[in-house]
Design a binder for this molecule. Structure first.
Ligand SMILES: Cc1cc2nc3c(=O)[nH]c(=O)nc-3n(C[C@H](O)[C@H](O)[C@H](O)COP(=O)(O)OP(=O)(O)OC[C@H]3O[C@@H](n4cnc5c(N)ncnc54)[C@H](O)[C@@H]3O)c2cc1C
Length: 493
């Protein structure tokens, strides 16, 4: 096992994609197997030294950023142990890079739907954060695909947990009601009854270190029908999204559902993703894609799996729905080929690239939201976003997972004064989403940067209940210190 304590060698491990400043650590361990991890944790626990788990550090909330103590990097636990076509299962070590796994799975004619956009993350990181993305509209988040985990607890004990095994009835779980939203990663998962495995998924490196993961897979779809469709009127766009959502089967309906719909329609509309771009986002994208129509209220990117048999019927069904909702069909783009789908992905990717270029030019940081609200509150929340941001005069784009009522507003301050106002607006969006019964983080997690917002969402009582659960696994509070739960709750009796 490699151990490093030279300051220069530690530098890459002291930050993540959040660029949270101030990270520091005394020692870095790069173990090669589970027993080495257990040994480090036993030692750290005895000495009460804090330990931060480091995946690929693509997290955007400072979860992998250490503030003292030791860092354990999982980069050497990077084996794909098996991919089995028959059982539709794969077993991987936590440090396997998601993009490598996706490629290996596809090469076997299989499909692993979780797609958090950033393919350089580790599978262990996606489990620890319950990562999700565009396709979560149909397939749900990483949680839906985790069948078995090996975990090393803070005292070095190794646990082997399978889906279906229930939580120990003696464990005191937080009693909060989870918000009625389609995606939520704010706080520990709780449900009744609940599988033990679900407690560790999304626990952001605070309860144990994931050392092996068994995932379920799906057969690779035969094909896809994809479209980027433009609307001159925002009401039409929102009505179209509503129609697609009610036509679709939604989360946890897999490929076979297309063929046994309990309607009279043999091949009904069943989107796997529905993504939104507002008018400002389209202007940014047009910097890279000049063919983007310029005067539009917004656009929707959708995708549906097809079979050879269903393709023509689905094309017609989508066309009818788009016509009904006044989409600009002449300006819109459709495809069933892999080559054009790549172009559509590039269209989507052009937005963060252009946004980041603007941020660099302004010498400021982007301030991005990650809240989701219940379906019925969504149109009001979107209006609140737009009205507040228009009135602020700060440049912004709104885009993202409209099918899950989960949009990202990126605020792009041009100077320090606007940055202060943008942070203030972020606080207003947090308050509004909570007031509407939503969540402060639907996707990117809480980490260290959003723990104050989790406190606003949960309040004193539920933060104390989360801290009590954390203490049950980690009485010395060594693991993932500062993630989700502020220190003051952990030290309170
Ligand atoms: C451009 C960009 C786009 C993104 N888009 C999305 C998106 O659409 N959806 C989404 O969900 N996320 C998104 N993310 C965030 C990020 O990619 C995910 O959170 C990812 O799952 C983190 O994986 P990682 O390996 O980089 O983990 P890290 O950032 O290294 O760690 C994340 C957290 O998990 C813990 N951890 C890591 N590995 C383990 C382990 N084996 N056991 C226990 N704890 C562990 C860490 O301690 C930390 O708290 C995006 C990030 C970027 C940069």
């Amino acid at each position: 096992m490699l151990t490093k304590s030279d300051t220069d060698e530690l530098v890459p491990y002291l930050t993540d994609a959040s660029n949270m400043p101030g990270g520091h650590a005394e020692k870095l361990f790069i173990p090669e197997n589970e027993s080495e991890i257990a040994e480090i944790l036993r030692d750290a626990n005895d000495k009460k030294i804090s330990v931060t788990v480091s995946g690929a550090r693509t997290g955007t909330v400072g979860g992998a950023v250490p503030f003292g103590g030791w860092v354990i990097s999982l980069e050497k636990l990077n084996k794909i142990k098996s991919i089995d076509e028959q059982s539709l299962r794969a077993v991987v070590e936590p440090g396997v890079i998601l993009g490598d796994f996706q490629k290996a799975v596809e090469a076997e004619g299989l499909f692993y739907p979780p797609d958090p956009t950033e393919w350089s993350c580790q599978i262990g990181g996606t489990v620890a954060t319950n990562a999700s993305g565009a396709r979560s509209f149909k397939y749900g988040a990483t949680r839906e695909f985790v069948e078995r985990l090996r975990i090393v607890l803070p005292n070095g004990e190794v646990r082997h947990i399978k889906r279906g095994e229930q939580l120990d009835a003696g464990l005191k779980m937080p009693t909060y009601e989870r918000p009625n939203v389609r995606k939520n990663v704010s706080g520990f998962f709780n449900d009744e009854p609940m599988d033990e495995i679900d407690l560790f998924i999304g626990s952001e490196g605070t309860l144990g270190i994931v050392t092996e993961i068994e995932l379920s897979l799906l057969p690779k779809p035969e094909g896809f029908f994809s479209g980027i469709v433009f609307f001159a009127d925002n009401e039409d766009l929102l009505n179209f999204v509503d129609a697609v959502k009610s036509a679709s089967f939604g989360t946890r309906t897999f490929v076979s559902a297309n063929l046994n719909a309990d309607t009279n329609v043999r091949f009904p509309i069943d989107a796997s993703l529905i993504e939104y771009f507002d008018a400002n986002a389209l202007k940014f994208i047009s910097e890279k894609f000049p063919e983007t129509p310029s005067v539009m209220a917004g656009a929707i990117f959708f995708e549906q799996e097809t079979t050879n048999e269903s393709e023509d019927a689905l094309l017609e069904a989508w066309n009818n729905l788009l016509e009904k909702h006044n989409a600009d069909l002449d300006a819109s783009w459709f495809t069933t080929t892999e080559q054009d789908r790549e172009k559509m992905r590039a269209f989507r990717h052009a937005l963060p690239v252009s946004v980041n270029e603007r941020v660099v030019r302004n010498k400021q940081k982007k301030i991005g939201t990650d809240m989701a609200v219940p379906d019925e509150a969504f149109p009001g929340f979107l209006k609140f976003y737009k009205n507040t941001l228009d009135a602020s005069g700060i440049e912004y784009v709104i885009f993202g997972h409209i099918g899950d009522c989960h949009l990202h507003a990126n605020l792009l301050p041009k100077d320090d004064a606007e940055a202060v106002r943008a942070r203030h607006l972020y606080g207003r969006f947090v308050a509004q989403s909570i007031m509407l019964g939503g969540t402060v983080s639907a996707e990117h997690g809480i980490g260290k940067l959003k723990s104050k917002y989790l406190y606003v969402m949960m309040g004193e009582r539920y933060m104390n209940e989360m801290a009590e659960l954390k203490r049950a696994f980690d009485p010395n509070g060594i693991l993932g210190r500062g993630n989700m739960i502020d220190e003051k709750f952990l030290t309170a009796s």
